[in-house]
Design a protein around this ligand. Structure first.
Ligand code: SF4
Ligand code: SF4
Length: 150
């Protein structure tokens, strides 16, 4: 059954990997996760209360026909993967939350932190203006545009 299912699939499970994150508690924690989401091909999701960083990047051993180039020697994590609840069954993977942009995370973080604080919490996360650092004598900040955080 597993082989039949995988034969029909475009190897969805070989196109990303995910690592557990420390669950965010503070505004600083959320801002750290926002930084991850500022990068291309990164998602963050929460599953059964645990936060994960997802890197959307195909495995180097995935062949053009969606088969594994090193099938006989594939890593243990690949061997242990089950087709029972894999990505093939649905694009809605049953996440508690899925964040594909920094903006979505900020909205969620403000909601969670406001609820906990019992007042409206705004995260001071967005750069208010860009300041041009002028060339210094030692050249350390020569011509660098730096965001000024509030
Ligand atoms: S996502 Fe599921 S069906 Fe597709 S290759 Fe992976 S285990 Fe097989
Ligand atoms: S090693 Fe093979 S089974 Fe494992 S992720 Fe890569 S292509 Fe998929």
């Amino acid at each position: 059954m597993a082989e039949i299912l995988c034969d029909k699939c475009v190897a969805l499970c070989c196109r990303y990997f995910a690592l557990p994150l420390e669950n965010p508690r503070s505004a600083a924690d959320f801002d750290h996760i926002r930084w991850y989401l500022c990068h291309e091909n990164v998602i963050v999701f929460v599953e059964e209360g645990q936060w994960y960083l997802g890197i959307l990047n195909r495995c180097k051993h995935l062949l053009p026909d969606n088969r594994c180039e090193i099938y006989e020697h594939r890593p243990r994590i690949c061997r242990g993967y089950s087709t029972k609840s894999c990505e093939y069954h649905s694009t809605d993977y049953g996440y508690d939350h899925l964040f594909t942009s920094a903006h979505d995370l900020v909205v969620h973080a403000e909601e969670v932190l406001s609820k906990r604080a019992g007042r409206r919490v705004k995260l001071p996360l967005q750069p208010k203006k860009m300041r041009l650092r002028k060339k210094t004598k030692n050249g350390r900040l020569a011509g660098v545009m730096l965001p000024v955080m509030s």
